[in-house]
Design a protein around this ligand. Structure first.
Ligand code: PEP
Length: 252
């Protein structure tokens, strides 16, 4: 049985005290009412990681970062390395989010390098892919996702795949209120699983967790998560409110 996951991406929101408050309230909630199916991951800003790590005591509640440096260590002012992230107690890192790809020009080669470094540090990687609106409208979304995954991820050794989670996030659905229909999500998740199978075989493909992200909320999560190739969600805006986030986790 492959793992189901709901990961919250806090992006650049909340100061340290507010973040700790939210983490505490989410932890308290899941201590009282453990998540039945999914592993729950809080992906916080770097600055929050070491403060949030000791708070997360609930079963199946994990911690992640939203990016890491593309070098291991050294004179890279302002960067945060994968080893540093790991040393806070975090287990995951998101790489290839569309905001990193578009605002910071992170390309597939750079993301491949970051992924290798993150895995070497012992982090699990949530690797994002997804097309922009024009690509979807012109029917290029399959090619775009294929290229992102083949150049960024699917050239790694097979043994690394157990530490990878793929997140399909159509850019036109991120923070816009627009959501892929459950059928659109299923279609491309199935495509991604088939692509993984082509590179690594059936067992690896069947065990790969593939998340949907893009305006996921309590009102639509259940329908999207019920599709056979959708194994959970990467949640942005709704991850900042305990009630919405926990309701999405319970949508399974
Ligand atoms: C995201 O940024 O990963 C995301 C899915 O955002 P939102 O849920 O706000 O669309």
């Amino acid at each position: 049985m492959r793992k189901q996951i709901v990961a919250g991406n806090w992006k650049m929101n909340m100061n340290l005290q507010e973040g700790i408050q939210l983490a505490k309230s989410i932890n308290d909630y899941f201590c009282e009412k453990p998540a039945k199916k999914a592993e729950v991951i809080l992906c916080t800003p770097f600055i929050h990681l070491s403060g949030v790590a000791p708070i997360l005591k609930a079963d199946k509640l994990s911690l992640g970062a939203q990016n890491c440096a593309s070098e291991v260590s050294g004179a890279y002012t302002g960067e945060v390395s994968a080893d540093m992230i790991k040393s806070t107690g975090a287990q995951y890192v998101i790489l290839g989010h569309s905001e990193r790809r578009s605002y910071y020009h992170e390309d597939n080669a750079l993301l491949n390098k970051k992924t290798v470094i993150a895995l070497k540090s012992g982090l699990k990687v949530i690797f994002c892919c997804g097309e922009v609106k024009e690509e979807r409208e012109s029917g290029k979304h399959f090619d775009v996702v294929k290229k992102q995954l083949e150049e960024g991820l699917l050239n790694l050794p097979v043994g690394d795949m157990k530490n990878i989670v793929i997140a399909y996030e159509p850019v036109w659905a991120i923070g816009t209120g627009l959501t892929a229909s459950p059928e659109q999500a299923q279609e491309i998740h199935k495509f991604i699983r088939t692509l993984v199978e082509k590179h690594y075989g059936k067992t690896v493909a069947e065990e790969m967790t593939i998340l949907y992200g893009g305006s996921c909320k309590p009102s639509n999560a259940n329908e999207i998560f019920s599709k056979p190739d959708v194994d959970g969600g990467l949640i942005g805006g709704a991850a900042l409110k305990k009630e919405d986030f926990t309701a999405i986790v319970e949508a399974f």
